[in-house]
Design a protein around this ligand. Structure first.
Ligand code: OXD
Ligand code: MN
Length: 592
C-alpha cells in the first residue's frame, strides 16, 4: 500500500477530526488492490462480511445489518443553513451553530478503539471539467469498501484531494470500543442518529447509521443535497436521474435522463433489455445525473457515480437480465437471504424460494411466514463497468448530450402511460407535480401516495420553490432545450392488475419518445400534454389503449385541487408560472 502524502488542507482537517474523535489509528485510502484485500479480511474477521461461494459468485460478500438500520431516515436528515426559510418546507432545518455543538458532543471520542479511514474520491470522470472531489472520513470499513465501488478512488485522487475546495463528509457508526471490548458485526447507534448537511460550507456530518444513503455520503448527501445547492448557485442541475442511450434499428442514438422516486425501477430502466427488435438501450448511470449547458447550448450529463447501489428484491432475469449479469462477481449484498450453497437470494429472483434459505435476520426461512427472506430494501453494490449494456460514452469526461428528460411515478390511476410537455413551463410543471406511492427505500409507511417533486423530495438541499424557479430559469439559457415527458408504468385495471407489462416492454414508450424527438410520431394535444396517437405507439397486442390513457376529468380535477394545496405550502417562493400552468390545465379540462 502506498504511503500517501496528502495536501495541507486535507492534513489540517484530518488532524482536527482525529483530535475530536480519538481513533486508535488513521488510514488514508489509496484505492489499491492490496488495501482492498486487507479491508475485506478485516470485515470477514469481524463477521460483518460473509464470503459467498466463490464458484457461484466470485469475490462477493454478504452483510446483514442491525434490523434497526435498514433504510434512509428522512426524519433525522437535516439541512443546516443560516436562514431557516432557505431550507423550505420539504426539509428539516436546524440552526448550524447549535447543530455543530450537538455534533461535536456526539463525535467526541466516538472513534475510540477504531481505525479512522480517510477516503478521498472523485465524483465523475477524474479528467472531466464537471467532476468534483469529496473526502469521507469514516470509522466503518464497510463504508470504505462500498465507496470503493460507488466512487472513483485511486492514489492520484488521494494525493490531489485538497488542492481545490473539496466536500468534507464525516461519518461515524457512533460506537466507540473500550479496550478489550469486541466489536459487533454491524455497529450502529440508531438512537442518536443524525445526518446533517451544511450546504454553505459544503460539509456533511453523519452519526449513528452504517446503511446506504445514511453512511455512503458521496451519494445522496453530496451528489444530491449538497450538489443541488452548488448547481443552483452555478447554473447546472444535480438530479435524481438515470442516464441511458436509446438506439433505433437505423443505428441513430439519443441520450435521455429519467427521474423516478426511490425503488420505482430506475436501475431496471437503466439496464433495459429491449423487447423490440432492432432497438437497444445502453446505460450511463442508474441513479444520479449532473447536467450542464455546454458552449453550444447542449445539455450534457455525467454520472457522478462509479457503481450501482440497487434494490435487490424484484430483480430477476425476467425483470432485469443485464442487472443479473452485473451481479455475477465483485459485489456486496446487504440484507438479502443466503442459500444453502452460500449464494444470495431475494424475493422475485426465482418464482419459488430454494430450500434451506437463511433470512437476512440470520434465521432459517419459513415459507409460510409473512416475513420475507430478504429485507424489502435489501441492496447490491456493484461496479457499473460490469454492466453488460454499458454505453460506450459512460466514462466520457465531456458527458453525453441529452435529448429527452423523463419524469415518472408509481400511480395506479389517472396519470397516463406517456405524455409530452408542450412547453418548458409545462415541463417544469410535470416535474413539480410528481406523486408516487412510497417504498421501503426510506423508513416509514409503504404504499402511501405522496408528492415527490422531480423525485427530489428527500434530496433537494434547499427550498423546493427556489428549485422550481431554478428549473424555469435554466430553460431560458439555451435554444435547444431537451423534450420532456412523463410516464407511469404502474396503472392498474378494474381487476387490480397492472395494465402495462413494464420492464423490457418499456422500450415501446422509449421508442415513441425517440420518434417524437425525430418528428416521426403523431400525438394529440390535450391540456395535460401531447398524448400518442394509437397508431404511433407500438403497443403489445394484449394491452388496451383506453386503460393506458384514462381520461377522467373528475380524477384530474381532484389531482389539480390536491396539487394546488401542495403548491400553496411553498408560499411566496412558488414561481407564478406554475400557478399559471395549473390554471391553464384546469381551464382546458373545463374543470369547475
Ligand atoms: C437510493 C434511494 O438509494 O433513492 O438510490 O433511496
Ligand atoms: Mn436513488
Amino acid at each position: 500500500m502506498a504511503q500517501i502524502t496528502v495536501t495541507e488542507a486535507l492534513r489540517t482537517w484530518i488532524q482536527e477530526v482525529q483530535s475530536l474523535t480519538e481513533p486508535d489509528s488513521v488510514h488514508i485510502v489509496d484505492g489499491s488492490k492490496e488495501e482492498e484485500e486487507l479491508l475485506l479480511q478485516r470485515l470477514v474477521e469481524n463477521k460483518t462480511f460473509m464470503p459467498l461461494n466463490p464458484q457461484k459468485r466470485p469475490h462477493s460478500f454478504l452483510a446483514c445489518s442491525n434490523p434497526d438500520d435498514v433504510a434512509r431516515v428522512e426524519g433525522k436528515t437535516f439541512i443546516c443553513c443560516a436562514n431557516e426559510a432557505d431550507a423550505g418546507p420539504t426539509n428539516h432545518w436546524h440552526d448550524p451553530a447549535t447543530m455543530k455543538t450537538k455534533l461535536e458532543h456526539l463525535f467526541k471520542g466516538c472513534m475510540r478503539g477504531r481505525i479512522m479511514y480517510v477516503v478521498p474520491y472523485c465524483m465523475g470522470p477524474a479528467d472531466s471539467p464537471y467532476a468534483q472531489i469529496g473526502v469521507e472520513i469514516t470509522d466503518s470499513p464497510y463504508v470504505v469498501i462500498n465507496l470503493k465501488i460507488m466512487a472513483r478512488i485511486n492514489e492520484s485522487i488521494s494525493k490531489r484531494a485538497g488542492e481545490k475546495p473539496f466536500v468534507k463528509a464525516l461519518h461515524s457508526v457512533g460506537v466507540p470500543l473500550s479496550e478489550k471490548q469486541d466489536d459487533c458485526s454491524w455497529p450502529c447507534n440508531t438512537k442518536e442518529l443524525v445526518i446533517a448537511h451544511f450546504p454553505e460550507i459544503e460539509e456533511i456530518w453523519s452519526f449513528g447509521s452504517g446503511y446506504g444513503g445514511n453512511a455512503l455520503l458521496s451519494k445522496k448527501c453530496f451528489a444530491l443535497r449538497i450538489a443541488s445547492w452548488m448547481a443552483r448557485d452555478n447554473g447546472w442541475f444535480a438530479e435524481h436521474m438515470l442516464i441511458i442511450s436509446v438506439t433505433n434499428p437505423k443505428g441513430e442514438k439519443l441520450y435521455m435522463t429519467a427521474a423516478f422516486p426511490s425503488a420505482c425501477g430506475k436501475t431496471n430502466l437503466a439496464m433495459l433489455e429491449s423487447q423490440l427488435p432492432g432497438w437497444k438501450v445502453e446505460c450511463v448511470g442508474d441513479d444520479i445525473a449532473w447536467m450542464f449547458w455546454d458552449e453550444h447550448g447542449t445539455l450534457r450529463a455525467i454520472n457522478p457515480e462509479f457503481g450501482c447501489f440497487g434494490v435487490a428484491p424484484g430483480t430477476s432475469s425476467k425483470t432485469n437480465k443485464h442487472g443479473i449479469e452485473l451481479l455475477q462477481k465483485n459485489c456486496i449484498f446487504t440484507n438479502v437471504a443466503r442459500t444453502k450453497e452460500n449464494d444470495v437470494w431475494w424475493e422475485g429472483l426465482t418464482d419459488q424460494p430454494p430450500h434451506g434459505l437463511t433470512t437476512w435476520k440470520q434465521q432459517p426461512y419459513d415459507p409460510k411466514s409473512a416475513e420475507p427472506a430478504a429485507h424489502p430494501n435489501a441492496r447490491f453494490t456493484a461496479p457499473l463497468y460490469q454492466c453488460p449494456s454499458l454505453d460506450s460514452a459512460w466514462n466520457d469526461p465531456q458527458g453525453v448530450p441529452i435529448s429527452a428528460i423523463i419524469f415518472g411515478g408509481r400511480r395506479s390511476s389517472t396519470i397516463p402511460l406517456i405524455r409530452q410537455a408542450k412547453s418548458w413551463r409545462q415541463a417544469v410543471f410535470f416535474g413539480a407535480s410528481m406523486t408516487s406511492a412510497t417504498t421501503a427505500a426510506a423508513k416509514g409507511a409503504v404504499g402511501k401516495v405522496r408528492h415527490d417533486p422531480f423525485a427530489m423530495l428527500p434530496f433537494c438541499g434547499y427550498h423546493m420553490g427556489d428549485y422550481f424557479q431554478h428549473w424555469l430559469s435554466m430553460g431560458t439559457q439555451s435554444q435547444q432545450l431537451p423534450s420532456v415527458f412523463y410516464v407511469n408504468w404502474f396503472l392498474k385495471n378494474q381487476e387490480d392488475r397492472f395494465s402495462w407489462p413494464g420492464f423490457g416492454e418499456n422500450i415501446r414508450v422509449l421508442a415513441w419518445i425517440f420518434d417524437r424527438i425525430k418528428g416521426r410520431a403523431k400525438a394529440t394535444s390535450t391540456p395535460v400534454g401531447y398524448i400518442p396517437d394509437p397508431s404511433s405507439l407500438r403497443l403489445p397486442s394484449h394491452t388496451n389503449y383506453d386503460e393506458l390513457f384514462p381520461c377522467d376529468t373528475q380524477a384530474w380535477n381532484d389531482e389539480l385541487n390536491d396539487l394546488e394545496s401542495y403548491f400553496s405550502t411553498f408560499g411566496e417562493r412558488l414561481p407564478h408560472e406554475l400557478t399559471e400552468e395549473l390554471a391553464m390545465i384546469r381551464t382546458g379540462l373545463s374543470c369547475p
